[in-house]
Design a protein around this ligand. Structure first.
Ligand code: UDP
Length: 231
């Protein structure tokens, strides 16, 4: 399976950067899934460092450059996550979509799959390697490339709601929802490019609250957790 972790998730209670306590918690959750015998890949975001679109919006920094900075941010997250997961006794590899030979392997699909077969968690960094994309799209892309059975989007919300639960007290959570409903009702599960790809290739997606201990493992074991997007 493939887990998409936003940069924000790694920042914990901080507005920016990385929170070691949160990293340690996330690493334990991921290690538990790997120890249960599941092959695990992780795509990390970089919004806790730079989001290209926002960072370039005032015009001082070119969009492409800002996006490259964003991708390098994901690489920092990947290295931190790698170390934290290894502290939990699980081997890992970081594979980057841009060449940073001194710190990480390049993304090579077959090699990534071999690592996972051997029980190593593979952390995919630098998104798709191209500007104007997001790590959500990278997550769908990598999930399809490694033939993942399931994509998990780990967020701060415990699933998909019919409206924003932060703004509406009467928002109702879906246990499962069809891709078409999510698109029609603009439920904001992922960005449109990522989500369209997900739907086109019928990749099942579970959106869950990562801050709930054991949620990842429960979802993988097929227990009710978060919202299943599919159909
Ligand atoms: N990014 C990019 N190409 C990609 C993936 C990411 O240019 O394929 C850049 C983009 O600027 C993005 C930033 O990296 O804003 C961080 O990624 P994202 O916003 O997806 O991170 P998240 O919101 O998941 O933390």
């Amino acid at each position: 399976m493939l887990i998409k972790l936003s940069g924000e998730a790694l920042a914990g209670s901080f507005q920016f950067g990385l929170d070691p306590t949160t990293l340690s918690y996330i690493a334990k959750e991921i290690a538990a899934v790997q120890k249960a015998g599941v092959e695990v890949g992780v795509v990390v975001g970089g919004g806790n460092f730079v989001r290209g679109e926002t960072f370039s919006s005032e015009g001082a920094i070119e969009r492409t450059v800002a996006d490259q900075m964003g991708m390098l941010g994901t690489l920092m997250n990947a290295l931190a996550l790698q170390s934290a997961v290894e502290t939990q006794g699980v081997q890992t590899r970081v594979q980057s979509a841009v060449n940073v030979a001194q710190v990480a392997e390049m993304f090579i699909r077959r090699r990534a799959m071999r690592h996972m077969e051997k029980g190593r968690v593979v952390v995919f960094a630098a998104g798709t390697g191209n500007p104007y994309f997001t790590t959500d799209t990278a997550a769908v892309l990598r999930a399809l490339e490694i033939d993942a059975d399931l994509l998990i989007k780990a967020t701060k919300v415990d699933g998909v709601y019919d409206k924003d639960p932060k703004k509406h007290a009467d928002a109702v959570k879906y246990d499962s929802v069809a891709y078409s409903t999510a698109i029609e009702q603009r439920l904001g599960v992922m960005d449109q490019t990522a989500f369209t790809m997900c739907r086109e290739h019928r990749l099942p997606l579970i959106v869950l609250d990562f801050n709930k201990p054991g949620s990842l493992l429960r979802a993988v074991l097929g227990e009710d957790e978060g919202t299943l997007v599919g159909g």
